[in-house]
Write a protein that binds this ligand. Structure first.
Ligand SMILES: [Zn+2]
Length: 165
């Protein structure tokens, strides 16, 4: 039976065994997807079933334990069929759907799974919008809280001033 502890667990690595399990599953899946078993007795030599099974386990463990997968790990798994998206199993290209592709912030990295043709899209040219709390505090105190952005804006203004003078 699980009892509620009165003190909060220390932040950081709260579930080392689950973290270790996630790391192991990912390692095993990547290893098996690149190194096929050499035993000729097995009928499915180039079968991606085992790495996919491990990847689905990986996803299930992270969902159940509410542990987020690291971004590169999450991005390397197909959402539909759990194939590891690597060189041979995915096609990667850039896409820009702005008119005649002139807007650099409309660049989108497209990764297509070769097994199920599911597509992952990641905007790369645009700056990611901050979280709501950060945005609202930025609205309240535009100079102090935005930090780098304010600096950038300031330098741009300075450049403009240089140009006009
Ligand atoms: Zn897929």
């Amino acid at each position: 039976m699980r009892t509620k502890s009165s003190t909060k667990p220390p932040k950081g690595n709260q579930n080392p065994h689950l973290q270790a399990r996630l790391a192991y599953l990912y390692k095993a899946a990547t290893y098996l997807s690149t190194h096929q078993p050499s035993q000729s007795s097995q009928p499915s030599v180039s079968s991606p079933a085992l790495p996919r099974h491990l990847a689905s386990q990986l996803r299930a463990v992270s969902l159940k334990s509410q542990l987020r997968l690291a971004q590169p790990i999450k991005r390397s798994l197909c959402n539909r069929c759990n194939t590891l998206l690597q060189d041979g199993s995915a096609s990667v290209h850039m896409e820009n759907e702005s008119r005649s592709g002139v807007k650099p912030w409309a660049d989108v990295l497209v990764i297509q799974c070769a097994m199920c043709e599911a597509v992952k899209r990641f905007p790369v040219g645009s700056k990611r919008q901050g979280k709501k709390g950060a945005r609202e505090s930025a609205k309240m105190e535009p100079v102090e809280s935005t930090g780098d952005k304010a600096k950038v804006r300031g330098s741009e203004l300075r450049m403009d001033r240089n140009r006009t003078t």
